[in-house]
Write a protein that binds this ligand. Sequence first.
Ligand SMILES: [Zn+2]
Ligand SMILES: [Zn+2]
Length: 345
Amino acid sequence: MRAAVYHGPGEIRVESVPDLEIESSRDAIVRVTNTAVCGSDLWFYRGQSEREAPSRVGHEPMGIVEAVGDDVRSVEPGDRVFAPFVMSCGFCEFCRKGLHTSCVNGESWNGDNGGAQGEYVRCSHADGTLVRVPERHADDEDTLQALLPLTDVMGTGHHAAVSAGVEAGSTCAVVGDGAVGLCGVLAARRLGAERIIALGHHEDRLDIAEEFGATDLVTDRGDDAIERVEELTGGGVNHVLECVGAASAMETAVGICRPGGTVGYVGVPHGLDGGLDLYPFFGDNVSLRGGVAPVRAYAEELMADVLQGTLDPSPILTKTVDLDGVPEGYRAMDERDAVKVLVKP
Ligand SMILES: [Zn+2]
Ligand SMILES: [Zn+2]
């Protein structure tokens, strides 16, 4: 089989790798039909985070089940499935409480399991991880592209909105106009937010934010952004979705949060080596909730909306490549030529 392999910063190559086989009775082998390059992949691509080299990459798989182990009950060969960015068993303490990202049997893609930016992946814990797309939708390409973001960014944007306590009639703000921030806008609208202020710096992305339901756009930076949101809202918003993870984004998030409000954060923290300044949270009783999104917990709920045509995050997929185009996909995202790259192996 062929797969994209990371060889060091800026270097992704598509090459032959050993075929995957069923190794345990709970495994499934999935032939990848749709996957994506993630904003989080840019951290190692830019050399800003450590990663073993060589190592296989990609964590947002969708495809057709090719083979299953003897104990797999929920899917069978031929089923169209997608899977979250981590695998989970579905039966441990944390899976049962909807915190699949803390699964005690959890595993990642990328290593021996294949890496989703390749022709095949092996899913250990197929029953707890794979989400089956109902047969009547299983070959509709538009539907599949709308479902693909549920593997990561749509579930993550939703987690930000849920963590921030967004509900019908809320006024909220979304910090960040990357794929997760845009999905956060969509999630906030889906939960009934009345006013959604999107903060970002890229016109093409903010156009998508508007399409997704943002009612106000703020392009200022730092203190100017905080002032602008305070002006717009008479002192800040009760619900802030922090979708970047950088120290400056967290400062903006708490800065625009109304006293007593909540920041729902899903951005992978970085640049916070000096620690997070708790005083702004302390001074105004601002709550901080969130963390890595347990997207498996939200998959069925979000899929139901996609299948009935009321949720479509696919406009974030602004570029499509085949497997050989994966290196070009990384380049395009690195240089912000694309919001998110769809890969069709
Ligand atoms: Zn991702
Ligand atoms: Zn588990």
